[in-house]
Design a protein around this ligand. Sequence first.
Ligand code: PLP
Length: 385
Amino acid sequence: MSLKLPIYLDNAATTPVDPRVVGKMLPYLTEHFGNPASSTHAFGQTASRAIEDARGEVARLVNAEAREIIWTSGATESNNLAIKGAAQASQPRGRHLITLETEHKAVLDTMQELRRRGFEVTYLAPESNGLLNLEKFRAAIRPDTVLASVMLVNNEIGVIQDIAAIGAICRERGVVFHVDAAQASGKVEIDLARLAVDLMSLTAHKTYGPKGIGALYVRREPRVRLEAQMHGGGHERGWRSGTLPVHQIVGMGECFRIAREEMNTEVPRLRALRDKLWAGLKDLPEVRLNGDPERRIANNLNLSLRLENCDALVSSLADIAVSSASACSSGTAAPSHVLQALGADGSNALRITVGRFNTGEEIDYAARYLRQKIDDCRSGKLRAA
Ligand SMILES: *Cc1c(COP(=O)(O)O)cnc(C)c1O
């Protein structure tokens, strides 16, 4: 088998759509193109049935009820709807919100907007391993705290927060709890029947589905109050208007179905690939792992490279597609806010995330290639290129 370059190792930024998902989506662009709101004829009814099937699949992956799932355009929109929608609906009780410094920009920028509208936000710093200290969290809750937002899996360092414990504290104190789970679906088990989570953001394109489709879980028992952010035809029980993108929704349902069915075999396979890569690099004195080594998802490596005068390294990795920070904020030269919050060295940091379609051969190549590049760096070959 010949190796195709560059090798895609940036599966936390996005994933290719699984061919099985594409196959399921295609008929909904052509023969089953109906508007699901057209309840009077077969075209609409077929589309509507497909949407409800997909809703069931998304709900099943997270052990929720289908009617607790609202379609959105992705986790960014879900985060906006959850945080703005719940904050606005809770205003009579208070205007204080809590989040973590290491959240995704879709949470942090939404919090910033709410500050502009008169809310107060506490940003908690994680421990140096990326995890939230529960006592610090408990101490940050005030009588006027209405909402807390903590991600399940961090998109840069892959650490898994203790959502069960954080949720229990929120429930006890009457604080609405939102969880951004964009990076978690198909990688960690999510059981919303057991977790005290009120709102959860999900997206398809990090789990081998299409971009531009996501969902927000909204708990019914106890009921969460939420103000709509998108007004129009009253779709999705008034919470999110707009004609539903049937093919996208079918794609999300299928990729979540596959995730549920294959998680038990896929996660160990990804862990083996990731560990193989790490085994090929960890003896280098310049390499340091960021984020807790145990409480992290199976496919993530985030490395700081302690190399002097070697800013060229990250941009010289032509054979492997990896991220120098978070893809969502690259383009800006600013160092990663996540690594900064950990007190880690973000100047020469690499995020390497393996995925469903990577092979052992690719991982061997990537490890050899990275070692060579680090060697070049050390010997001055890459200096000030
Ligand atoms: C990718 C990502 C998002 C944004 O999701 P979109 O569906 O691309 O809008 C939000 N939060 C986290 C943690 C992510 O990894």
